[in-house]
Design a protein around this ligand. Structure first.
Ligand code: UFG
Length: 323
């Protein structure tokens, strides 16, 4: 049985949908940003917080858990600058409670959701895992702190872990039953698609003077189902004892500017967007593109879906929400 903490969130729920095909799954989520409706009905669902010692004790005593996947975190860069306490409390302190309970119950396999935000402002065109980690906001720092904690716990307590550093997760499940829904929504692709559905007046492009080909920020968009599959490969590698303390980037290896993403959305939907150019958003690096070579070589993982597929899947889901 696998415990998925944060399994009612965007990436967690998509991973549960894939994982449930081969494993028994129990989801723990406090529903602060997730939705019970996203959790596959074949999974056991428990509403609760990962920092709640009593709930964790009960779960680890009652269920034969072999590994934990941890998706539960606050993940908005801007919010983390305004309210760092929330980020260090939820993302670091509560994670410590989870890890302590795992170790108390001799559960030693852990998969952790980390982020490209740990790299800060890299000065290479393709970021691999050997790049320096110099995050520029509390969100990125909170994730990096947990990475360091895991490294120390692996040495001291024999914890086996895999850290997955996601680039820009996007897209929806092929069934269009679940997709990306945040409140408030801050992410580019859902914002564009909401606009194209008539739910927003226009799209604001944040910054046109970056040192990139068209002046707008470049990101590496990765389909959420590709991310889900990486978790399953990582889990299999951990349980087989093939890997025990590793970090992998997960991205497509191809960067798209904000303008290019809007163009592809227009092409996929056949609808013209109304765009406003505005100032830079605080904390945005100009360009983040992954080298995911290590995940390919060691986990056998490859992103299968390109930006067009990502947007087409997201569009199917967004349209289903208006019915
Ligand atoms: N953008 C706009 N207009 C919008 C929304 C976004 O121009 O209305 C731009 C942003 O400025 C950025 C790009 O679109 O250049 C992508 O922005 P997102 O908010 O979709 O994603 P981020 O790159 O800011 O953040 C994502 C995750 C973070 C993670 C980061 C790591 O949400 O959790 O990737 O790269 F830290």
């Amino acid at each position: 049985m696998i415990l998925v903490v944060g399994g009612a969130g965007y990436i967690g729920s998509h991973t549960v949908k894939e994982l449930i095909k081969s494993r028994e799954v129990i989801v723990l989520d406090n529903l602060s940003t997730g939705y019970h409706s996203l959790v596959d009905s074949k999974a056991t669902f428990i509403k609760g917080d990962l920092g709640d010692d009593l709930i964790l004790k009960r779960i680890f005593s009652e269920y034969p858990i072999k590994a934990v996947m941890h998706f539960a975190a606050n993940s908005l860069v801007g919010e983390s600058v305004e309210d760092p306490y929330k980020y260090y409390q939820n993302n670091v302190s509560a994670t410590m409670t989870l890890l302590k309970n795992m170790l108390d119950h001799n559960i030693k396999n852990f998969i952790f959701s980390s982020t490209a935000a740990t790299y800060g402002i890299p000065n290479v065109s393709l970021i691999d895992e050997s790049q320096p980690t110099l995050p520029i906001n509390p969100y990125g720092r909170s994730k990096l702190m947990v990475e360091h904690i895991l490294e120390d716990f692996a040495k001291a307590y024999g914890l086996n872990y895999i850290v997955l550093r996601y680039f820009n997760a996007a897209g929806a499940h092929e069934s269009a039953e679940i997709g990306e829904s945040h409140d408030p929504e801050t992410h580019l692709i859902p914002i564009i698609l909401q606009h194209l559905l008539g739910k927003r007046d226009k799209i604001s492009v944040f910054g046109t003077d970056y040192d990139t080909k068209d002046g707008t920020c470049i990101r590496d968009y990765i389909h959420v189902t590709d991310l889900a599959n990486a978790h399953i490969l990582a889990l299999n590698a951990l349980l087989a004892g093939n890997r025990r303390a590793e970090i992998y980037n997960l991205g497509n290896g191809q960067g798209y500017s904000v303008k290019e993403v809007i163009d592809v959305c227009e092409k996929v939907t056949g609808i013209k967007a109304s765009i406003e150019y505005s100032d830079r958003r605080a904390g945005d690096p100009a360009k983040l593109v992954a080298s995911a070579l290590k995940a390919s070589e060691e986990l056998g993982w490859k992103a299968e879906r390109k930006l067009e597929d990502i947007i087409a899947s997201a569009w199917r889901w967004h349209k289903s929400q208006t019915k």
